[in-house]
Write a protein that binds this ligand. Structure first.
Ligand SMILES: Nc1nc2c(c(=O)[nH]1)N[C@H]1C(S)=C(S)[C@@H](COP(=O)(O)OP(=O)(O)OC[C@H]3O[C@@H](n4cnc5c(=O)[nH]c(N)nc54)[C@H](O)[C@@H]3O)O[C@H]1N2
Ligand SMILES: Nc1nc2c(c(=O)[nH]1)N[C@H]1C(S)=C(S)[C@@H](COP(=O)(O)OP(=O)(O)OC[C@H]3O[C@@H](n4cnc5c(=O)[nH]c(N)nc54)[C@H](O)[C@@H]3O)O[C@H]1N2
Ligand code: SF4
Ligand SMILES: [Mo]
Length: 716
């Protein structure tokens, strides 16, 4: 069976033992010309919806990817992006063989080579560096796939055995994650499906229609049943437009808004004293803090009317059940961790958790009993304690010399499931680092991204249609299994298999490198999830209470919702949540008077799909939304090519004059590929490598810029 799936030209496995591709969902007969079958899978993307997929395969070729109608959260519906999955999978520019660099670094000039030559040379180069200091080798990966097997399983075993630097994966969610863990005790919250029954929903820092479509369906259901929807977002997004109310606060001011809401709850005694007494910790000091935040003070900070804040507090206190869909947009500024802490206090103050459709949801990923140690084998470090590199400061770190503080200079990078040259902050520095001629870079990819262009070797990876994987979700609470629907395209191999073969090329014969992908899928949850059910229907629900904190039981050290955190206080930090002004507060720099946020584009997923023509056509061109009041004095109209700049760099794109932007705030949408943007730049030329208060995360939306008409010479 395994061989029937081996790609033409792919090497047989160099070691004995089961192969990565053994045990496929479709029987070999399905690959006969003319045969048709459907295969159940999971969407691999970094999206809270984690949809269940059904791929139709005809004659060995995937012809359609659809939502699984049997999966309650997917309901048979996919977003536009993933319904175009076959276009991406069979894209003419897919990398089909290993590639070796022939041009200068970054030029993207390669020639094909064999797997054997590539792996032999890579192993020799890595072994040479490791002989001096394995910490000079850095893995770099994020969520190109959220799969537990094609993510950090075989890859982690490889780097742990090697003793390479560890990577702190902070680029997306670690500020908010820390905030949530501080207050609630874990990445846990309401069950997603319960939002359909809420009567008030605050959509806070999220453009659900673009980035959490299946939640939006639930919110629509609630709206039909009479719920009021309030969107809290600096940008008038398509979601904000469809809510009853939009609170367009300034970026990075959410904690001030939350504290003013608490002020109103306290002074009007709109509190659930019984819930507070039994299930929370630190109410008295929180009360003191809240009393410092009358709505007038917050109104000044947030740039919204005090009356709007008062009304929101009244609604929140008097509507049952009241739910908050918090999302990551609001934690990409300096005080992002504290902002999440502050918002996470609200449901306990009013006892919203008592009802299944009340409370808050940022993430439920902490509910999944993933056996990370079994997958990643940290024991292979065998007592070594390699240094940790923060992925969000890779720009600076690639340019650093060896020092006692930092450790060895970075000599090699192995990148998979990520496109750092486009997505990491301050990308001119990231690109400069990747362009170092003395840096040895291997990139596992589907396409020649901005990052792959800088590689010494590009290794062709399989897509979700071509490999096994198993998933958690950070929205719903179902485990999903992904079975391969088609044979690997070209000579592509799963990430897991590439690391297996690399281990073999290093001369490592340890049995744990022989474990196949199906076994890894089974090992991911062990007995905690019913494997037979997963095999049969593609998903399995975790048992999570409908109202998780109705009777308290928070997974904090005290078992209570911790308004006050002893743990943070012991570190010398503020025990209470507070508003921390941005690193780059609006009005603080006359040369760069505009605050820029850069939220995702609806038809891309971070930098994925930018090269899929039908989706790029919908998005049009890289653009900057700017309010008419900011555009007029600069002589800018819709369609004007503009130069957006600060002391870190400049980004060229088209202006769209629009009241989606509030005065003083501009929006650079989506993460375009640098090489597809005018002058080879994207929005991350402007963002900084400063970090958040908690979680060491980047501050993409805490960024001051100036904008001017660029004139004709800006054309690409
Ligand atoms: N279509 C699509 N879907 C995606 C993604 C994508 O790129 N495209 N990315 C995926 C990923 S990686 C993630 S992490 C999630 C992100 O999911 P969310 O965190 O829900 O991200 P967005 O929907 O972009 O919402 C961010 C919103 O926050 C707003 N915002 C910016 N600054 C602030 C602020 O200071 N306060 C408040 N209240 N709001 C602010 C932005 O205007 C934007 O509308 O989405 C995932 N889903
Ligand atoms: N300015 C600005 N920058 C941002 C953000 C923002 O809002 N504004 N958002 C940030 C956030 S939330 C995130 S999560 C990061 C996202 O950053 P990344 O996780 O790097 O996400 P992508 O840009 O989607 O790049 C993922 C890459 O992985 C590849 N890939 C997918 N599946 C596989 C696979 O199975 N094997 C291999 N080898 N490769 C695969 C894809 O082809 C793609 O090129 O970006 C961050 N950057
Ligand atoms: S990107 Fe999100 S909405 Fe689209 S198919 Fe994947 S999980 Fe579903
Ligand atoms: Mo993200």
């Amino acid at each position: 069976m395994a061989n029937s799936l081996a790609a033409p030209g792919a090497l047989p496995l160099p070691h004995t033992g089961p192969t990565a591709l053994s045990g496929t969902a479709a029987s070999p007969a399905d690959f006969r010309p003319g045969a048709s079958s459907t295969v159940r899978g999971a969407c691999p993307h970094d999206c809270p919806d984690t949809c269940a997929l059904v791929t139709t395969v005809e004659g060995g070729r995937a012809v359609r990817v659809q939502g699984n109608p049997d999966h309650p959260m997917t309901e048979g519906v996919l977003c536009t992006k993933v319904s175009r999955y076959t276009e991406r999978t069979y894209h003419a520019e897919r990398v089909l063989t290993p590639l070796r660099r022939v041009g200068p670094k970054g030029a993207g000039r390669f020639i094909p080579c064999s797997w054997e030559d590539a792996l032999t040379d890579i192993a020799a180069r890595l072994a040479g560096i490791a002989a001096r200091d394995p910490q000079a080798i850095v893995p770099y990966s994020y969520a190109g796939t959220m799969g537990l097997v094609q993510g950090e399983a075989m890859a982690a075993r490889f780097f742990n055995k090697l003793g390479a630097s560890l990577l702190d994966r902070t680029i997306c969610a670690s500020a908010g994650g820390e905030g949530l863990v501080t207050t609630l005790g874990g990445r846990v919250g309401m069950r997603m499906e319960q939002f359909a029954h809420s009567k008030l929903i605050l959509i806070w820092g999220s453009n659900s229609i673009a980035s959490n479509l299946h939640f939006w369906r639930l919110a629509q259901e609630a709206k039909r049943q009479g719920a009021r929807l309030v969107c809290i977002d600096p940008r008038r997004t398509e979601t904000a437009e469809k809510c009853h109310e939009h609170i367009a606060l300034l970026p990075g001011t959410d904690a001030a808004l939350a504290l003013a809401l608490m002020h109103e709850l306290v002074v009007n005694d709109w509190l659930d004293h019984d819930y507070i007494a039994r299930h929370t910790l630190g109410f008295e000091p929180l009360r003191e803090r809240a009393l410092q935040w009358p709505p007038e003070r917050a109104a000044e900070v947030c740039g919204v009317p005090a009356e709007q804040i008062r009304r929101l507090a009244r609604d929140y206190a008097h509507t049952r059940p009241a739910a908050i869909r918090l999302n990551y947009g609001m934690q990409r500024a300096r005080g992002g961790g504290n902002a999440v802490r502050a918002v996470a206090c609200l449901p306990a103050l009013v006892g919203a958790w008592r009802h299944p459709a009340g409370g808050l949801l940022l993430s439920n990923s902490g509910r999944f009993p993933v056996r990370s140690e079994a997958l990643q084998r940290p024991d292979l470090l065998a007592g070594r304690r390699p240094r940790t590199i923060n992925m969000s400061t890779i720009g600076d770190d690639l340019l650093r010399e060896a020092s006692a503080d930092f450790g060895p200079r970075i000599e090699a990078l192995v990148v998979y499931n990520s496109n750092p040259v486009a997505v990491a902050p301050q990308s001119s520095k990231v690109a400069r680092g990747f362009a170092r001629e003395d840096l040895f870079t291997v990139v596992l990819e589907h396409f020649l991204t901005d990052t792959a262009d800088h590689a010494d070797y590009v290794l062709p990876a399989t897509t979700q249609l071509e490999h096994w994987d198993i998933h958690l979700s950070y929205g719903h609470t179902d485990v999903l299994l992904n079975r391969p629907a088609i044979a690997p395209v070209g000579q592509a191999l799963p990430n897991s298999e590439i690391f297996r073969r690399l281990a073999h090329a290093m001369g490592w014969a340890d049995p744990y490198f022989g474990e196949d992908d199906e076994s890894l899928c089974r090992a991911a949850y062990g007995e905690a999830v019913d494997w037979q059910r997963l095999m049969a229907q593609g998903f399995a629900a975790l048992s999570v209470p409908q109202a998780p904190f109705a009777e308290g039981g928070f997974p904090t050290p005290s078992g209570r919702c911790e308004f006050y955190s002893q743990r943070l206080a012991a570190q010398g930090l503020d025990g209470l949540p507070d508003w921390l002004p941005n690193h780059e507060p609006a009005g603080s720099d006359l040369r760069h008077p505009l605050a820029m946020i850069s939220p995702p584009a609806r038809n891309f997923l971070n930098s994925t799909f930018v090269n899929v023509k039908s989706l790029r056509d919908i998005e049009g061109r890289p653009l900057l939304e700017i309010h008419p009041q900011d555009a007029a004095p600069r002589g800018i109209d819709s369609g004007t090519l503009v130069r957006v700049f600060n002391e870190r760099g400049e980004y060229h794109c088209e202006a769209e004059v629009s009241t989606r932007a509030r005065p003083g705030v501009v929006h650079g949408l989506g993460i375009w590929w640098r090489k597809l943007g005018p002058r080879g730049t994207n929005v991350n030329e402007l963002t900084s490598q400063k970090l958040t208060d908690l979680g060491r995360a980047p501050v993409f939306y805490d960024c001051l810029v100036q904008v001017e008409a660029a004139g004709d010479e800006a054309a690409s």
